[in-house]
Design a protein around this ligand. Structure first.
Ligand code: WQD
Length: 339
């Protein structure tokens, strides 16, 4: 079985970190990206970090001829499907953009692969499919519910994979439910580079610390949590990348498909994050309490036992590691990849 792995959206935040992890274990990453939510500069930095050219084609998963040519030319053994939009607020404002790109992109990719010998795919899913959980920690058998179009595209994507696998046993899918990916590669050369005002906590906190934003709005301090602010399972993007390597190796070894949570199993509050980031950066992160953000849940963190039992994977890095590595990236790249 070939050890070449196609990364759709491989120039993105998770994809670029996964490329480094794959390269380090001898698997050959091949990137397909249309730069709709990433930048060519990422590929240059990946080549700097690996010391090797990155096999890459610019294009969309909707371009069936291109995808089929890449699978054939590189003898792709498995695909990791990162390509997708992921901003919750934007998905509420423009649902069609999300259903077309996230669901349509997955079905187009699968239809193309159907004409090839490649039947193994790892899918970027999200803890958002759990909606507002009845309790924490969350196991994979918890009920799924969506609270926004973005989360719905992930839930529907999982259902598409289940139906395709049920129709043809040659398909094997690894579904990875990410909790809250944060942090950056310790080199400080790649990291999260959101367009415009960050929706997510860590990039916003980073931009306050580096002086791009005056203060953080804390969306609610009246939740039923230890300090009243929202609790999440933040996972270092490098741990998440290792989870993808373990998942794709599991499929390449001929094992059946699976669904696992990728989280640390530990909840941290907004104020925990602020304190950890101030310690890591030595910079103040001023904040103001603001009203709750619609759609937010109080607590969401994983029970990651299945990923350890099935894939032999578990997160190793702490919130302090995440903040330290985020700060190194942000301090060295105050405007992300935007120069
Ligand atoms: C975390 C906590 C906020 C910003 C979302 C998606 C999820 C995944 C990760 C794609 C919450 C609080 C945030 C701010 C704040 N994305 N917060 N001030 O909402 O848990 O998850 O991003 O896969 O699918 O749903 O992450 O970082 O937006 O928020 O107080 O300026 O930080 O209320 O408690 P979230 P987040």
């Amino acid at each position: 079985m070939s050890t070449s792995v196609l990364l759709t959206g491989g120039a993105g935040y998770i994809g670029s970190h996964t490329l480094l992890a794959l390269h380090a274990t001898g698997l050959k990453p091949v990137v397909l990206d249309d730069f709709s939510n990433s930048q060519p500069e990422v590929l240059r930095r990946l080549e700097e970090l690996t010391g090797a050219p990155v096999a890459f084609e610019q294009g969309s998963v909707f371009d069936s001829d291109l995808v089929a040519r890449m699978v054939d030319r590189h003898q792709i053994g498995a695909v990791i499907h990162f390509a997708g939009f992921k901003a919750v607020g934007e998905s509420v404002a423009d649902p069609l953009k999300y259903y077309r790109n996230n669901v349509g992109g997955l079905t187009s990719l699968l239809a193309t692969l159907q004409g090839t010998a490649c039947r193994s795919l790892v899918f970027s899913s999200s803890a958002t499919v759990y909606g507002d959980p009845a309790s924490v920690p969350i196991t994979e058998d918890f009920p799924r519910q969506h609270t926004n179009p973005y989360g719905h595209t992930k839930l529907v994507g999982e259902d598409v994979l289940a139906a395709v696998a049920a129709s043809d046993a040659s398909w094997r899918f690894g579904v990875l439910r990410y909790f809250n990916p944060v942090g950056a590669h310790p080199s400080g050369r790649i990291g999260e580079s959101p367009n415009g005002i960050p929706n997510n906590l860590m990039p916003f906190v980073s931009q306050v610390a580096v002086g791009r934003r005056p203060f953080l709005q804390v969306f609610g301090d009246d939740y039923p949590t230890p300090d009243g602010t929202g609790v999440r399972d933040y996972i270092h993007v490098c741990d998440l990348a290792e989870g993808h390597v373990a998942a794709v190796r599991h499929l390449l070894a001929g094992n059946p498909g699976f669904t696992v949570n990728l989280g640390t199993g530990k909840g941290s509050s907004v104020l925990d994050m602020v304190k950890s980031f101030e310690a890591a950066s030595g910079k103040p992160v001023p904040y103001r309490i603001a009203p709750r953000r619609p759609g937010d849940v109080a607590e969401c963190y994983a029970d990651p036992a299945s990923a350890l039992a099935l894939l032999g994977w578990q997160a190793r890095l702490t919130l302090d590691d995440m903040c330290r590595d985020s700060w190194r990236w942000q301090e060295a790249n105050p405007h992300g990849y935007g120069g």
